[in-house]
Design a protein around this ligand. Structure first.
Ligand SMILES: Nc1ncnc2c1ncn2[C@@H]1O[C@H](COP(=O)(O)OP(=O)(O)OP(=O)(O)O)[C@@H](O)[C@H]1O
Length: 265
């Protein structure tokens, strides 16, 4: 009975932010993503896990059309965000990437001031009508990324002068400044020490209140700590997807079990 209630809740269309169907990606002849179907929920952290080269980052990049920037990549299938086909010819990828923000493995602040790093997106999308409004957006984004207190007295200093953990939080501030609805994070903590990692993980939990967050991680501890849903990829297939607690304690597929117990990967 309980199981039925859970199933009913899982198919509640209102909660689904991203619906992917029959997604395939090729890099030349390399078939990197094979017929993936997945529903990603709103206001949820979804972790993508799996052995190196299984296609986690490739699939993540399908969700904001970042694979469009790779010449040899070819994407097929249907991906809808709030019911809208993001591969429709009328969709402007730049607008899409404001709605579906991305944070990369290596912090990559622009060679600009802290302020200008965060103001960049709001400026190109015409989100502020004047300096005071832009100041407010920048402050709000830095606060959301839990770095405001550390940088508020040196907003004109270069972003590249911050520590690695601060740079990554600055990049998160830059991503949230355009008020995305989805935040994609590709191993956002891999260049960070344990303290900065803990800060970013806390932040991810906070961001879940407003956004759908999808995180690629090699750390199963991190997936277990930050996510509510987990997707396990293997050789380009989405092998198993479900509640994080369930995937880690009671996986249904032997490949998932082998991976989480350290036998493959
Ligand atoms: N830019 C690219 N050009 C060509 N092939 C690529 C490119 N990016 C990824 N691939 C190939 O696609 C497959 C999936 O790679 P992907 O980076 O998505 O895996 P991953 O699971 O994220 O790996 P990792 O955990 O090592 O980052 C691999 O065979 C990889 O070599």
């Amino acid at each position: 009975m309980n199981d039925m209630r859970i199933l009913e809740r899982d198919v509640d269309a209102n909660e689904i932010k991203i619906a992917a169907r029959g997604v395939q990606v090729w890099y030349g002849d390399n078939h990197a993503i094979k017929d993936v179907d997945v529903d990603i929920q709103d206001r949820t952290v979804t972790a993508f896990i799996g052995p190196s080269g299984c296609g986690k980052s490739t699939f993540l990049r399908c969700l904001n059309r970042m694979n469009d920037t790779i010449d040899v990549a070819r994407v097929e299938g249907d991906i809808r965000i709030d019911g809208e086909d993001i591969y429709d010819a009328r969709v402007d990828p730049v607008q899409l990437r404001a709605k579906v923000g991305m944070v990369f493995q290596k912090p990559n602040p622009f060679p600009k001031s802290i302020y200008d790093n965060v103001a960049y997106g709001p400026r190109i999308h015409g989100m502020a009508s004047g300096k005071a409004e832009l100041d407010g957006i920048v402050e709000q984004a830095l606060k959301r990324a839990a770095i405001w207190e550390e940088v508020k007295d040196r907003l004109t200093a270069p972003g590249t002068g911050l520590s690695g953990g601060q740079q990554q939080r600055l990049c998160i501030a830059r991503a949230v400044a355009t008020e995305p609805e989805v935040l994609l994070m590709d191993e956002p903590c891999s260049a960070l020490d344990p303290i900065a990692t803990a800060q970013v993980e806390e932040l991810i939990d906070e961001l879940r209140r407003n956004y759908s967050v999808v995180i690629v991680t090699h750390s199963m501890q991190q997936a277990a700590r930050v996510s509510q849903k987990t997707a396990f990829f293997h050789l380009g297939n989405l092998v198993e997807y479900g509640e994080t607690g369930h995937i880690f304690t009671n996986p249904e597929d032997p490949r998932t079990e082998s991976y989480i117990t350290g036998r493959i990967g």
